[in-house]
Design a protein around this ligand. Structure first.
Ligand code: PLP
Length: 397
């Protein structure tokens, strides 16, 4: 195989899908005509109804981002003491606990889908535990039945950070139907986005009023503030994007599933590259991410070295998640009893490859060729950087 040239334009790990501008402009005209920009405007109301249909529940609440949605969720549920959670996540999962003065108890994950290991969760329960905060990592469903069983037996709340899991189903059930509550992030980097945004779905309908207060300063009316809320409201432009994105979500998932298949076909036989484990047959996966594990010994390069080498070809993969949350300076003082063996191994080996609807199959094939070449020791000669490559990667960090 001849050495492929670097991509002329950077290939990032993701690129947001945007609906046609003409369509979005029409929506903007509606906002202009309404003259109502935020605070549960008409588009927000319409979008909420659409989401209720999408998730088949009346119990939803929209927010300006997923982090504040999760913080408010934990506060609204009245959680305190300790919450068992994963260190293999984006730092916002743990921050939401910290902002509620809750102590995170970091627990190990299972090696197939990188989600909390139910056996380890049960072993981590103490008299101070009030909840389990699990993450559907990369959109792979947690072991929802095992976690629900533990939560029920120990009278704990079960909260899901479903930031990655929009569009995922188990059988005919949207992932939002599991646990007491789920938070979805609509950040621009996600498969489904509203520029920025967040959503809570929950089992107990009485929570809706609390979440509505908490995201709007606690206002009951002009004269009454019933609780010390914050400002976490979704605005009309965000709601417009979210609403229009709903029309495309199935197509986006299909396109990504095709890209994932190309990766599987082309990387399946590369020594030292471990493909993501396939989800169970009854799971409708969303293909939000395509993460491989790099086994340094078998591949010939470490994950970090591969990540660096790919930059020379203008391919911007991500070490997602690295480092573990418990290794960030602000959480290093949290005492940990679990050695977190699986999480540490995953953080050292995982590499998130580019996946988005506009990624051409020929580009995916070229990425695979480059990975394969880099893995074979004979091809690890220094690649000449062209002026173009330097320029086009200048703003990419
Ligand atoms: C697992 C996880 N939790 C929480 C968040 C926070 O969501 P947001 O960026 O919408 O605040 C993100 C993503 O950004 C995430 O990936």
């Amino acid at each position: 195989m001849s050495t492929p040239k670097a991509f002329e334009k950077p290939i990032y790990v993701t690129r947001p899908f945007l609906p046609p501008l003409t369509e979005f402009k029409k929506g903007l005209e509606e906002i202009w005509a309404n003259g109502w920009l935020t605070n549960n405007g008409p588009i927000h109301q319409r979008y909420s109804r659409e989401l209720c249909r999408y998730f088949d529940t009346e119990n939803i609440c929209l927010f300006n981002n997923g982090t504040l949605a999760l913080q408010i969720a934990l506060q609204g549920l009245g959680l305190s003491g300790e919450v068992i959670t994963t260190p293999f996540t984006f730092v916002a999962t743990t921050h939401a606990l910290y902002w509620n003065k809750i102590r995170p108890v970091f627990c190990d994950i299972e090696p197939d889908f990188y989600n909390l290991d139910p056996k380890k969760v049960e072993a981590a329960i103490t008299p101070w535990t009030t909840a389990i905060l699990a993450v559907h990592t990369y959109g792979f469903p947690c072991q929802v039945h095992a976690l629900a069983d533990i939560a029920r037996r120990h009278k704990l709340k079960l909260v899901y950070d479903a930031a990655h899991a929009f569009g995922v189903k188990i059988g005919s059930e949207p992932i939002a139907h599991f646990g007491d509550l789920s938070m979805f992030s609509f950040h621009a980097t996600k498969l489904y986005h509203s520029f920025e945004g967040g959503l809570l779905t929950f089992r107990d309908s009485s929570l809706k009023k609390t979440f509505d207060y908490l995201k709007n300063f606690g206002f009951e009316n002009e004269e009454e503030v019933v609780m010390p809320g914050t400002n976490a409201k979704m605005n009309e432009v965000q709601a417009l994007m979210g609403s229009q994105m709903l029309r495309y979500i199935d197509k986006l998932i299909l396109k990504r599933s095709q890209i994932a298949e190309v990766y599987r076909k082309r990387l399946g036989a590369v020594p030292g590259i471990r493909l993501p484990v396939r989800v169970a047959g009854d799971v409708r996966y969303n293909f939000g991410y395509f993460c491989v594990e790099v086994d340094e010994e078998a591949f010939g390069l470490s994950r970090d070295a591969l990540n660096e080498e790919l930059k020379r070809y203008n391919i911007w993969t991500r070490r997602y998640f690295y480092p573990l949350v418990c290794d960030y300076a602000c959480y290093r003082s949290v005492s940990i009893t679990d050695p977190l063996t699986v999480a540490r191994r995953a953080a050292k080996r995982i590499l998130s490859l580019p996946i988005y609807d506009a990624l051409e199959v020929s580009d995916v094939e070229k990425i695979c060729d480059i990975v394969q070449l880099l893995g074979s020791a004979s091809c690890r000669k220094p690649l000449k950087r062209t002026k173009d490559v330097r320029m086009s990667t200048a703003g990419a960090a």
